[in-house]
Design a protein. Structure first.
Length: 442
């Protein structure tokens, strides 16, 4: 039992982008934090991977820096895990809980893979597990869903939850900057994960979608359940096609509760999509994030802010530290996992989506009818179709006998749309399917 005057001991695992910012704010804002908690927070150590590096950037007594994370977790009331990845993060979190420490983590990859194990350990040892920083950085989104909306029924969560990919797509659209140079800038600014593949291939956004869906629908959703496409296949042609439609391309995380005759299911997916420039998500620039939540009684709610970077992420981590420290002072714990609904996660093929398809076709009689027939065979209804003659790129003269067809569909099962594109690609009249992109928000 903590005594009334003794400080609450905080151990920090990881002193990188997020850990460094947390260490600096814990130290520089110590008095205000103590007043908010009702007891001082004492930083008892920072575990790092390698000894001997100059860690003056952390702004703490160098004696606090250690490579012995196992020893550190045994000496803390609150353990803050900002190492990332699966191991040793998972073992250290479990060890911390065994020692009776509450855990604050920003580790979406681990939570989305193994959240139930962490929650079970928190229950078994009567401690808190808080992770607001793991989704959309500084934006308060998990506690609003888990606590503020606990009396409502969430119908959908739609958002931009990866700063790196938004930064890259935004730069490609607005400045025409190249893909690789923009990724390097995102890394230098501390947005990208250590391995940017996690960002660029959508793994980071998929982990966040799994966490959001689990909380929103009271159902266990893991990263493996999430349909995922990243942005590495998004070409300058796709960005241009979007611009011609007065749209932008965004990497969206979409979590929906889908009513069904045999009971509801959930659809959880991450993929690039075209959205109209007039849509509020289109104005989310650089590394910013935004999340829309639609709940039965509340209606639509929008959350916007910085989703990545040291200080913004530290804001969410510190909020969690204060929350769990207050529980220590008052006694008791915050809410645990609610997975009672146990809804099935539906396959991507069943998701209802819309496609934008650009085709380079032979400009001959009957081609449009043949293309339309492929859509009809799959029961995909066409909303708009536009044809333009393809011009010679060098001298602006028309290229004889070729045209571009741009088709936007109505909503249909994703499997039917995918099959339509496969069949179109094999048509002799179709020289090339130049762009395929899902469309959201029209
Ligand atoms: N950077 C960001 O904008 C955000 C990061 N996150 C999450 O926060 C966590 C940390 O991310 P960053 O600070 O960006 O990573 P980082 O790579 O900058 O820092 C990780 C730190 O962990 C330390 N570390 C690695 N292995 C260790 C070990 N075995 N023992 C002790 N320390 C070890 C490293 O030395 C480094 O100081 C990750 O889970 C990440 O997904 C969440 C939201 C935003
Ligand atoms: N790499 C992530 C950091 C936050 O989670 C991102 O780019 O959003
Ligand atoms: Na957050």
């Amino acid at each position: 039992m903590d005594s009334e005057q003794s400080p609450i001991r905080v151990a920090l695992l990881g002193g990188g982008t997020v850990g460094g910012a947390v260490a600096r704010k814990l130290t520089s804002n110590a008095d205000a934090l103590a007043a908010r908690v009702g007891r001082p927070l004492e930083l008892v150590g920072i575990a790092v991977r390698r000894a001997g590096r100059d860690r003056s950037d952390l702004g703490v007594d160098p004696a606090l820096v250690t490579t012995d994370a196992e020893d550190l977790v045994a000496r803390a009331d609150i353990v803050v895990e900002v190492i990332g990845g699966f191991e040793p993060a998972r073992s250290l979190i479990l060890a911390a809980m065994e020692h009776g420490a509450s855990v604050v983590t920003a580790n979406k990859a681990l939570l989305a893979e193994d959240g139930p194990t962490l929650y079970a350990a928190a229950d078994a040892h009567g401690v808190d597990l808080y992770y607001e920083a793991s989704v959309a950085g500084a934006i308060p989104i998990l506690r609003p869903i888990h606590e503020s909306l606990a009396g409502d029924d969430v119908r959908s969560v739609l958002g931009i939850v990866n700063g790196t990919t938004n930064f890259v797509l935004d730069a490609m659209d607005s400045t025409g900057a190249g893909y690789s140079e923009t990724v390097e800038r995102a890394q230098a600014l501390g947005y990208a994960e250590a391995d940017p593949t996690a960002d660029l291939e959508g793994f980071d956004a998929a982990a966040k979608a799994a966490i959001l869906a689990s909380l929103a629908f009271h159902t266990r959703v893991s990263s493996a359940d999430v349909y995922r496409e990243g942005i590495s296949e998004v070409s300058a042609g796709d960005i241009e096609a979007a611009r011609e439609m007065d749209c932008v391309v965004k990497l969206l995380s979409i979590c929906e509760r889908v009513p069904g005759e045999d009971g509801d299911g959930v659809s959880v997916r991450v993929h690039p999509a075209m959205i109209p420039r007039s849509h509020p998500l289109a104005s989310v620039r650089e590394a910013f994030n935004a999340v829309f939540v639609d709940a039965a009684a509340a209606g639509e709610l929008m959350f916007y802010g910085q989703g990545a970077g040291g200080d913004p992420t530290a804001s969410a981590v510190l909020g969690d530290i204060v929350a769990v420290a207050r529980h220590r002072v008052a006694g008791g714990r915050g809410p645990g996992e609610t997975a009672y609904a146990d809804l099935p996660v539906l396959p991507m093929g069943d998701a209802l989506t819309r496609y934008h398809v650009s085709l380079d076709v032979a400009d001959e009689p009957g081609v449009l009818a043949k293309v339309a027939a492929v859509f009809a065979e799959q029961h995909v209804s066409i909303e708009t179709v536009r044809q333009q003659i393809i011009e010679d790129r060098d001298d602006g003269r028309e290229t004889r006998g070729r045209a571009q067809l741009i088709v936007v569909t109505h909503v249909a099962p994703d499997s039917a749309l995918a099959a339509t594109v496969d069949t179109l690609s094999a048509l002799p009249e179709v020289a090339e399917v130049t762009s395929v992109m899902r469309v959201v928000g029209f």
